[in-house]
Design a protein around this ligand. Structure first.
Ligand code: S3P
Length: 435
């Protein structure tokens, strides 16, 4: 294992100052994708240049889209129009990025592109029938590997037809794939969600001039629409801010400001959950960043209490559970999460991997098929394996703030998929990460 793949964090400390986290991953992917499909040139600001978004950028470059990287999260995307993508000469490697693979499936199926989509070991284990099945029912030709996993082989299949689709799981990626394919289909595509999920696709399509109805767990758009070039400003990622919100909450004497964080109501489950646990958290200066709401978040340490996670917050905090589990380990009493089976299908099985890591640090956990119960108490030092999952690595790094000994995290290099610069930023704020 290379040193860059291992994080070593000394125990204790507090977090203070201002932390400017990078751009929102979900919004950044969509800015690149919709910019590529637009008629005209799009300027993107605040784009996350993590490995996942770079996978999306490289995929569109391989399909003939010129994307200029101006530095500092500024991109110029030279849109080719919905009918302008070219077949890539080689397989598109989407690395660790489920969002790239699933949303691209919808776009490429609609655009009639012949392509093979591949990913790294983690992505190659993730379920893809959830996108291939609805898209194939629209007339697409997508083949998965026998287990329903990547690689995905897409072949042109003529014009798709619209569907009215009830999602079996609450997934913004599946919803987005179907809506994006719907842009190319005959008729009006409807998607119904079992519970509301992040609505960045719906909002941003509106910004690109697409007529789309959405709200209350339903979205509908007519095929045959074109995208008008637009400027996109990406808010800072609440999923990256989450590590600092929890870190500052659990480390006595902490106080942090996190400016311009995206607070889209389909993403703020973490704020609701931490508030219910007793966190000292305020939103200040609420304003807009393009089509997304943003606010400055202030957080200070506070004693946390265990709670039963409200079921409606599960899809609204889906990426934040690894670090929420760390908050639970530092809380008084037991925190119970149920109805979160989806966590087993993320970059790793986040229920199993977090349970294993927390147990190794001496925390009492019980797992269920669809969740976990964590009882707060002392956290020991120890060595844990992030299993190549960025959010698990960062969550365990924050746990060191309350640990009695050093925490060493193996297989942590994937942090660069969503939060390049995490270690330096966390160190500057007071986390004792070895350099
Ligand atoms: C994402 C949706 C979520 C989330 C992922 C990003 C998106 O996945 O976990 O990190 O950008 O649409 P699901 O929609 O599969 O829950």
């Amino acid at each position: 294992m290379s040193p860059a793949d291992t994080l070593e964090v000394a125990p204790g400390g507090a977090l203070a100052g201002t932390v400017t986290v990078p751009g929102d991953k979900s919004v950044s992917h969509r800015a690149v994708m919709f910019g590529a499909l637009a008629d005209g040139v799009c300027a993107v600001e605040g784009c996350l240049m993590g490995e996942d978004v770079v996978s999306t950028i490289n995929a569109f470059r391989a399909m003939g889209v010129r994307i200029d990287d101006l530095g500092d999260g500024r991109l110029t995307v030279h849109g080719v129009g919905v009918d302008g993508l070219a077949d890539p000469a080689a397989a598109l490697d989407l690395g660790n990025s489920g969002t790239s693979m699933r949303l691209l499936c919808g776009i490429l199926a609609g655009a009639g592109i012949r392509a093979t989509l591949v990913g790294d070991a983690s992505l190659s284990r993730r379920p893809m029938r959830r996108v291939s099945e609805p898209l194939n029912s629209m007339g697409a030709r997508i083949e998965t590997a026998p287990g329903g996993t990547p690689p995905l082989r897409l072949a042109p299949a003529g014009r798709l037809h619209a569907i009215d689709y009830a999602l079996p799981v609450a997934s913004a990626q599946v919803k987005s794939a179907v809506l994006l394919a719907g842009l190319f289909a005959d008729g009006v595509t409807h998607v119904h969600e079992p519970a509301p999920t992040r609505d960045h696709t719906e909002r941003m399509l509106g910004t690109f001039g697409v007529a789309i109805d959405y709200g209350g767990g339903h979205a509908a758009l007519a095929g045959g629409q074109r995208l008008r070039a637009a400027a996109v400003q990406v808010p800072a990622d609440i999923s990256s801010a989450a590590f600092f919100l929890v870190g500052a909450s659990i480390a006595p004497g902490s106080e942090l400001m996190l400016p311009a964080i995206g607070v889209n109501p389909t993403r703020t489950g973490i704020l609701e959950i931490l508030a219910a646990m007793g966190a000292d958290l305020t939103r200040q200066y609420e304003r807009r960043c393009g089509d997304e709401p943003v606010a400055d978040l202030r957080v200070a340490s506070a004693p946390l209490r265990g709670i039963t996670i409200p079921p409606h917050t599960v899809p609204l905090a889906i990426d934040e559970f690894p670090v929420i589990f760390v908050a639970a380990a530092c809380a008084e009493g037991t925190t119970v999460l149920r109805g979160a089976e989806e966590l087993r299908h993320k970059e790793s099985d986040r229920i199993a991997v977090m349970a294993e890591g927390l147990s190794a640090l001496g925390v009492a956990v019980e797992t269920f098929d669809d969740g976990i119960a964590i009882t707060g108490g002392p956290i020991g030092g120890g060595r844990g394996d992030a299993r190549g999952d960025h959010r698990i690595a960062m969550a365990f790094a924050m746990a060191a703030l309350r640990a009695s000994g050093p925490i060493v995290i193996d297989n942590a290099a994937a942090i660069a998929t969503s939060f390049p610069g995490f270690a330096a930023m966390a160190r500057a704020a007071g986390l004792r990460i070895a350099s």
